[in-house]
Design a protein around this ligand. Structure first.
Ligand SMILES: Nc1ncnc2c1ncn2[C@@H]1O[C@H](COP(=O)(O)OP(=O)(O)OP(=O)(O)O)[C@@H](O)[C@H]1O
Ligand SMILES: [Mg+2]
Length: 277
């Protein structure tokens, strides 16, 4: 029996595992909070696996495993995973593109001829979504947060350009956000629901990231921006915001079917190459 190949991206929030089963890549993830559970699953599920790790919690995760492992640098693994997954999804990224990884935090990279350079980042990311959701509603369950956000109304929390230019023609589209979470005077009279608040929090994060990344893409003259990371999981709001804005400024947003696993897939592809720990 050939040993199973496994690529693992152990991030600040989630542990993403991709492994080969009869030539098909399978996907599985766990909360980093329950790192022991994830390691037990790997230890119990595979016999004599060949494992390559990436991500900030690689070292901690490796110590929980029964077998020795290899590791690869996260940025390289993500670049490789994105290239592979984009190809699988039938996207043509050309010789150069930008990618944005919205994980716990956000990291931006310019890729040219297969080589990546980290060109920016932001502390605003998926962790900010979880943190602001907790601070404002006490909620901690990601699925519940995005589900409720889906039925919220941002118009009760965010100030649009047209809210300021009352009765006058604004110099830019009135539908653009003038101030995220900025409708305070209105909110004092009409307290928003949790759903409204959550929708606006996701709006804030999406708009900050798409603004920075679009400017970055313009700077590097990249036509496509690939957005990956688990912050897009079952989260149509953030995806729609990013899609709308990116197209508006003429950049093509690309979302990958398994973009949350790009690091794990990159590690899987490097299983036979990584440095032995
Ligand atoms: N089941 C889930 N539990 C918690 N967060 C989730 C879940 N599904 C999606 N998310 C979102 O995805 C984010 C984490 O994304 P991702 O897994 O890409 O980050 P990470 O790799 O763990 O972090 P980093 O790369 O910054 O170390 C969370 O902050 C949250 O917004
Ligand atoms: Mg990550």
């Amino acid at each position: 029996m050939k040993p199973t190949k496994i690529g693992i991206d152990a991030g600040g929030t989630l542990i993403k595992i991709s492994y080969l089963e009869e030539e098909t890549i399978r996907y599985r993830s766990f909360q980093t909070q329950h790192i022991g559970e994830a390691a037990s699953w790997v230890n119990d599920h595979f016999r004599n696996p060949k494992i390559c790790l990436t991500g900030g919690k690689s070292q901690v995760f490796a110590e929980e495993l029964d077998v020795s492992t290899h590791s690869v640098l996260e940025f390289e693994a993500t670049t490789r995973g994105i290239t592979y997954l984009a190809d699988e999804d039938g996207h043509s990224l050309g010789s150069h593109f930008l990618f944005v990884n919205i994980g716990t935090g956000t990291s931006m990279h310019y890729v040219k001829n297969g080589t990546q350079e980290r060109v920016g980042g932001s502390g605003i990311g998926g962790g900010t979504l979880m943190g602001l959701a907790y601070l404002t509603t006490g909620m901690t369950d990601y699925d519940e947060i995005v589900r409720l956000a889906g039925i919220g109304n941002r118009g009760n929390v965010d100030l649009k350009v047209k809210d300021i230019f009352e009765g006058a023609v604004p110099p830019i589209s009135g539908d653009l956000t003038a101030s995220n979470l900025g409708k305070t005077a209105f909110m004092m009279q009409n307290p928003p629901t949790q759903q409204d608040t959550l929708a606006s929090i996701i709006g804030l994060i999406g708009e900050v990231i798409v603004t920075i990344s679009s400017q970055m893409a313009a700077h590097y003259n990249a036509d496509s921006i690939v957005y990956v990371g688990s912050s897009f999981r079952d989260n149509p709001i953030i995806r729609e915001i990013i899609e709308t804005y990116a197209w508006m400024i003429g950049k093509k947003p690309v979302f990958l079917q398994h973009g949350d696993y790009s690091g794990a897939v990159g590690a899987l592809l490097a299983v036979d190459e990584g440095v032995i720990e």
